[in-house]
Ligand binder design. Structure first.
Ligand code: AMP
Ligand code: ZN
Length: 492
């Protein structure tokens, strides 16, 4: 057990004591979603894990700048620069603008993240909003001789880079192996070597998402956006870079090469990678169809499980596993999590009703609190923390049953710590709506619709309808206030 925060650095493969570049400040970059379809629960697991990390750093008193991007251009169907841009393809199939696809799925992603009660990042930049920065990086890499232009596209020269700086540090891939195993893919004939990756791609005439550049009208390669945006908002060297394990190669390996090709030194101190959520033992993924969307599990309308589960129960299930362990989602496991989560909720109610005694018997609150911190300091070990919370639940129940007792001071410490860990660190939202978050969201949408109908009636001076809506809502204990800026409501 340690009092210092230790994090597992994928670059060294070891746990290391965390030391921020600037005292009490942390810069953290996490690769965000590619917004061409709805996020599935696997994606959510990664973002919930980084929310835990963000929340704990804040809880420890760090001022965290958390940057999580939105990939809205450049991510091709195949990670090796092959195929159509995922967003363009979807737009073409639906005959709408690519930015309509981007808007639809960005909004949906944010809604889902709110339902899981994750905090918004400090900055949420988009790849398409940082084309100039990406062009500037390419110019630098060309100048340093680590990139070359062919037929209007620009590629990173992995072999040339590797002569000066070793390539493959993060994923442990050896360049000779890579060269040997790479096959020439269609459309990659331009590359000098198959392991080279695109920094800029010349757009075909039908490609809508295109920008002018010194090389051609085209679009940036997928790996470049994260180098451009992390440098812009966190500087050339920052503390933490994260993402799912499947991004280690090629995405993060290429990010390192791009940054080192300019600065000659490693851009990130700690690389953190989350493990995968699996379904029926296989990785949840958009491409294979082996996935569940959050809404499908909230309303129970999916082919995998009979029962619906609330966002907080799913989050509890995910946090019961360490972020670096693989976890398989199943109905049985979710049912067990639901029981556990409810036990935690009822202990929160019980603790409010406990009468303190002159002394504490059978539980050492101070050492319990230390154990909670030690578990989180041990590479954000949320399952261990949850185990300690259940020790406290057991104690609270035995105080209720008069088998044990607690002093007033210990009771205050216990209450404050439990609240800190449950609400602030693990990020559960426990309110009267917690078990019914989706219903609450739906009710809100219905209420807003009703207000819109009432406004339309008022515009037409149909006061009979508008007053009927207002009075009916009062009966439901919802009070409307008409102001110069519109109508507010208050739930009494
Ligand atoms: P994408 O939108 O495909 O770029 O993925 C967004 C994030 O979700 C990335 O960090 C991925 O590594 C992560 N991710 C994808 N599938 C899973 C999964 N099954 N379990 C956990 N994380 C995942
Ligand atoms: Zn990225």
């Amino acid at each position: 057990m340690s009092n210092l925060l230790q994090v597992h650095n994928s670059l060294s493969g070891k746990k290391e004591v965390f030391k921020s570049i600037l005292p009490k400040h942390v810069g953290m970059y996490v690769c965000g979603p590619t917004v061409y379809s709805n996020v599935h629960l696997g994606n959510c697991r990664t973002f919930i894990s980084f929310d835990l990390i963000y929340r704990y750093l804040i809880h420890l008193g760090y001022k965290v700048r958390y940057v999580r991007n939105i990939t809205d251009v450049g991510h091709l169907e195949n990670d090796s620069d092959e195929g159509e841009d995922r967003i363009s393809k979807r737009a073409r199939l639906e005959s709408i603008e690519p930015m309509e696809i981007v808007q639809r799925y960005t909004l949906d992603f944010r809604r889902i993240m709110r339902l899981f009660n994750t905090l918004s990042p400090s900055i949420e930049p988009t790849a398409s909003g940082h084309i100039l920065e990406q062009i500037e990086l390419i110019k630098k890499l060309v100048k340093n001789d680590y990139a070359y232009e062919i037929n209007g596209s620009v590629y990173f020269d992995v072999k040339k880079f590797n002569q000066d700086i070793p390539y493959g540090k993060l994923s442990g891939r050896n360049i000779d192996e890579l060269i040997h195993n790479s096959r020439a893919l269609d459309g990659q004939n331009d590359k000098k070597n198959p392991q080279d990756f695109a920094l800029w791609k010349k757009a075909e005439p039908i490609h809508i998402m295109r920008w002018p550049s010194p090389w051609s009208d085209g679009f940036p390669g997928w790996h470049l956006e994260c180098t451009a945006m992390s440098r812009k908002y966190l500087g050339t060297k920052f503390d933490i870079h994260g993402g799912g394990m499947d991004l280690k190669f090629p995405h993060h390996e290429c990010e390192i090469a791009q940054a080192e090709g300019i600065e000659k030194e490693s851009p990130v101190n700690y690389w953190l990678h989350t493990n995968m959520l699996t379904l029926n033992g296989k990785k949840m993924a958009k491409s294979t169809g082996n996935n569940i969307l959050p809404d499908e599990i909230f309303d129970g309308k999916n082919t995998f499980f009979k029962k619906a589960f609330s966002p907080m129960v799913i989050k509890f299930f995910m946090l019961q596993a360490h972020y670096r362990s693989m976890v398989d989602i199943s109905e049985k496991a979710l049912e067990a999590s639901e029981k556990g989560y409810n036990r935690l909720l009822s202990a929160l109610e019980t603790i409010e009703k406990i009468t303190p005694s002159s002394k504490t018997t059978g539980f050492d609150v101070i050492s319990w609190k230390e154990k909670c911190y030690s578990s989180m300091n041990d590479d954000f070990n949320s399952p261990l923390l949850i185990g300690h919370l259940f020790d406290a639940v057991k104690f609270i129940n035995s105080v209720k049953n008069k088998k044990k007792s607690i002093s007033i001071l210990d009771l205050e410490t216990l209450k404050k710590s439990i609240h800190d860990f449950i609400y602030n660190v693990l990020g559960f939202r426990i309110s009267k709506y917690s078990e019914n978050d989706t219903k609450f969201e739906k009710n809100k949408e219905i209420l807003e619709l009703l207000l819109e109908v009432r406004n339309k009636a008022r515009d037409k001076k149909d006061f009979e309808i508008s007053d009927f809506i207002r009075e009916s809502l009062i009966e439901l204990k919802i009070e409307l206030n008409d102001t110069g800026n519109g109508t507010n409501y208050e739930i009494k």
